[in-house]
Design a binder for this molecule. Structure first.
Ligand SMILES: *[C@@H]1O[C@H](CO)[C@@H](O)[C@H](O)[C@H]1NC(C)=O
Length: 287
């Protein structure tokens, strides 16, 4: 009986391992976690200070909030005015919740080594943005260029594609809302504001980002224009595919958890087989 039970486990184990390998060794979330830029303030805080503990509560709050919302802001008050820390995160508005949460967690984990003991820091991954500082920046429009990247020249079909790019960007500028996508198969664009801006500030910021994108990335196959509180990006002919929402096409966190559990079960199964084998060896030797 015991022997049969063990052998019956084998197909299950093979199947489980297949799932584990498929899910763990295909980088389902890697595109959303791609690092785009980061920055830190010059001033450092004192280690083990109240500010440090407030900052840790802030970052924890951001990671937790990202499990149920695409945007949130927090202010952690200290006993002294000097210990106040402000922070927010913004996920790409079309991300599913587990993807937003894992992106923000990844961004926060990168802020630690990137901005070691600095009063302020920010990081933008493909799927999300996280920023904290001891000076209030929440609700403040900021059109500083923080990251600009223009692709190589679009080549032969440039004129035609650039006119469609300009039309698409014009559409994005007029679209309204804090998150905008546009274009067709060969010319795509995306634009987004951080959620603390009001409609007017957001439109003003995006108008500037789109204007710069058009003029500074003229003729480029793709372009990224990240201002401090908004961004606009475009891509032609699939030159630079943006991370899309993972609905249906990829693996969610819960599926990963499922894979981990199955993996553990497979491990236990292998252990049982091993132990059965060993005990049989001993019994044989005992005779
Ligand atoms: C931020 O912290 C630094 C260092 O403690 C301090 O010099 C600066 O005034 C603080 N800024 C604000 C807005 O509190």
């Amino acid at each position: 009986m015991e022997k049969i039970a063990c052998y019956q486990l084998l197909p299950l184990i093979t199947f489980s391992l297949h799932i584990v390998f498929t899910y763990f060794f295909t980088p389902a979330h890697s595109s959303l976690d791609t690092f785009l830029y980061g920055g830190c303030s010059q001033i450092k805080y004192i280690p083990d200070s109240q500010y440090e503990s407030n900052l840790n509560s802030l970052l924890t709050s951001l990671v937790n909030a990202a499990t149920y919302s695409n945007y949130n802001k927090y202010t952690i008050m200290g006993s002294s005015r000097n210990d106040v820390v402000y922070g927010l995160y913004q996920c790409r508005a079309d991300l599913a919740m587990p993807d937003c949460a894992s992106c923000v967690a990844r961004a926060v984990s990168q802020l630690g080594p990137l901005c070691s003991q600095t009063c302020g820091g920010a990081v933008q991954l493909e799927g999300c943005f996280v920023k904290y500082d001891n000076a209030s920046f929440i609700g403040v429009e900021d059109k500083t260029v923080v990251m600009k990247k223009c692709g190589p020249s679009d080549g032969d079909n440039a004129d035609d594609e650039m006119s469609r790019r300009d039309a698409m960007l014009g559409g994005l500028n007029g679209a309204g809302g804090a998150f905008r996508v546009g274009g067709s198969a060969d010319v795509q664009g995306v634009a987004q504001c951080v959620g603390d801006l009001n409609m007017g500030q957001c439109q003003d910021c995006l108008t500037e980002a789109i204007r710069r994108l058009k003029t500074e990335c003229g003729g480029a196959a793709f372009g990224d224009m990240f201002l401090a509180k908004c961004y606009a990006r475009y891509s032609t002919s699939g030159a630079h595919a943006y991370a899309r929402s993972n609905h249906g096409s990829s693996h969610s966190e819960s599926e990963k958890t499922f894979a981990i559990i199955i993996g553990l079960l497979a491990g236990v199964g292998l252990l049982i087989i091993f132990l059965t084998f060993v005990s049989r060896m001993f019994r044989r030797n005992g005779k």
